[in-house]
Design a binder for this molecule. Structure first.
Ligand SMILES: Cc1ncc(COP(=O)(O)O)c(C=O)c1O
Length: 439
């Protein structure tokens, strides 16, 4: 056994991190409350990203903390294979009422990635249950992010996440809808781009609808740098999938729980998918949990339509419906509902939009995109060094007490929904100063 100091940074292989660079210049967070993180030396950091798009109600909220504490004492762990515990049924029922239309059955997972892989398997199981064994093909979209499982990277469209790994066969991709020539500095949903949904007709003509199980998209792509759906685009995807009897899956891991106004993007945009994945804001980020909401008809076909009396769906996780996550989820839904946070992005949206678009004209800014309480500020890349400018902005911001997120040369902002107008001004004001001082 090698001896290491307790504060040795080396053993932790950090996810999605330039480990060598981080460990040479670590940025540590020691505690958090409401809109702020605090570093080990006590500096406060304004959270412009809700952690990683998940702390929608703000940090360390008392009702959520206490629910987790209570649950840990009462029932720390219980399997949900062939057994159950009350809270997980309660949470499923609450989500079933919250999700739109007849999306009223819920399969639990431990993360967004697991929720996505579960949704893809449910889609295949449903097609098989209907007697459509040949409907196995999955359609994703370029620049889509659906987590890091092999299913998720296969339907996803971020090349760095796939390169060097095996991906599923029988997967194809729609084009993405980001186009700076046509739609730069759009406010909210761009007017241009709905026609790109028609590319689905091309894929259907190529492969045959009878081979396609499902189409999966994020209603608003977050991780690829905030790609807002063009006006009419999702409606057209819904129309085409319905006409060809193909399932439509919305990956709402980021957009769920108030991020774009309403409890889900589906509800806000009035486009109802057949399956809906969520995670992150489900527990306010406090305990890992993912979930798949499915239409009653899908549950009925797979579960009630099964031939024999045994297990209907051979899938699940040790932590599906974990008691601490279920407790955190129920307390989180109470906070969201009690504080009107599903309406918050709609109410604050116009102020937010005005504030983020005030960055137009700031140095290096080539596009600004926004939806709900999300924004992207895209910077011109430095010649020969894509991503370097935004990374420098990220480092400077952290040093100056502001947490932002960068992907390539895109700065993504998604503060907790409890952000005040003054804090919006502070966030944008500080970012403007940092951009002015960044070469
Ligand atoms: C749309 C979407 N799907 C899936 C995931 C994966 O979630 P997780 O990191 O919890 O596995 C993410 C994470 O950012 C996401 O944004």
């Amino acid at each position: 056994m090698t001896q290491r100091a307790a504060n040795d940074l080396d053993p932790f292989w950090m996810p999605f991190t330039a480990n060598r660079s981080f460990k040479a210049h670590p940025r540590l967070l020691a505690s958090a409350r409401d809109m702020h993180y605090f570093t080990p030396d006590g500096r406060s950091i304004l959270d412009g990203t809700a952690g990683l798009w998940c702390v929608n109600a703000g940090h360390a909220r008392k009702p959520i903390v206490e629910a987790i504490q209570r649950q840990a004492e009462v029932l720390d762990y219980a399997p949900t294979f062939q057994l159950g515990h009350p809270l997980v049924f309660e949470l499923a029922a609450r989500l079933g009422m919250l999700f739109p239309a007849d999306i009223n059955h819920v399969f639990f997972a431990g993360s967004g990635s697991e929720a996505v892989d579960s949704a893809l398997k449910i889609a295949l199981a449903y097609q098989r249950a209907r007697g459509f064994e040949n409907r196995t093909r999955l359609i994703g979209r370029q620049k889509g992010y659906h987590g890091v499982g092999f299913g998720g990277i296969s339907v996803g469209g971020l090349e760095n996440n796939k390169r060097g790994f095996l991906t599923l066969p029988g997967v194809d991709h729609l084009p993405h809808t980001l186009n700076l020539e046509e739609a730069a500095f759009s406010r909210g949903q761009p007017a241009w781009g709905a026609h790109l949904a028609d590319e689905l007709e091309v894929l259907i003509a190529e492969h045959g609808a009878e081979t396609i199980a499902a189409v999966i998209v994020e209603p608003m792509s977050g991780s690829a740098g905030v790609i807002v759906p063009p006006v009419g685009y999702l409606e057209r995807l819904r129309e085409i999938t319905t006409r060809h009897d193909i399932l439509l899956i919305f990956d709402e891991v980021i957009t769920g729980f108030g991020r774009v106004g309403g409890a889900t993007a589906a509800e806000t945009l009035g486009v109802i998918p057949d399956l809906l994945t969520c995670a992150k804001g489900l527990t306010n980020g406090a305990v890992p949990m993912g979930a798949v909401g499915v239409r009653g008809e899908i549950y009925d076909a797979v579960v009630n339509g099964a031939a024999g009396p045994g297990i209907e769906f051979f899938h699940g996780y040790t932590y599906s419906g974990h008691p601490l996550a279920a407790a955190a989820g129920l307390a989180t839904l109470d906070v969201y509902e009690g504080e009107g946070l599903y309406d918050r992005a709609r109410d604050l949206g116009p102020y937010w939009e005005e504030a983020v678009h005030s960055l137009k004209g700031a140095p290096h800014v080539i596009d600004i995109r926004n939806m709900g309480l999300v924004a992207a500020v895209e910077l011109a890349p430095r010649p020969e060094a894509p991503g370097a400018r935004a990374t420098e902005v990220f480092h400077r911001a952290f040093d100056e007490g502001l947490l932002i997120r960068v992907t390539g040369d895109v700065i993504a902002l998604s503060p907790p929904l409890i952000i005040s107008r003054e804090q919006v001004d502070e966030l944008i004001g500080r970012l403007t100063d940092i951009l002015r001082n960044t070469p």
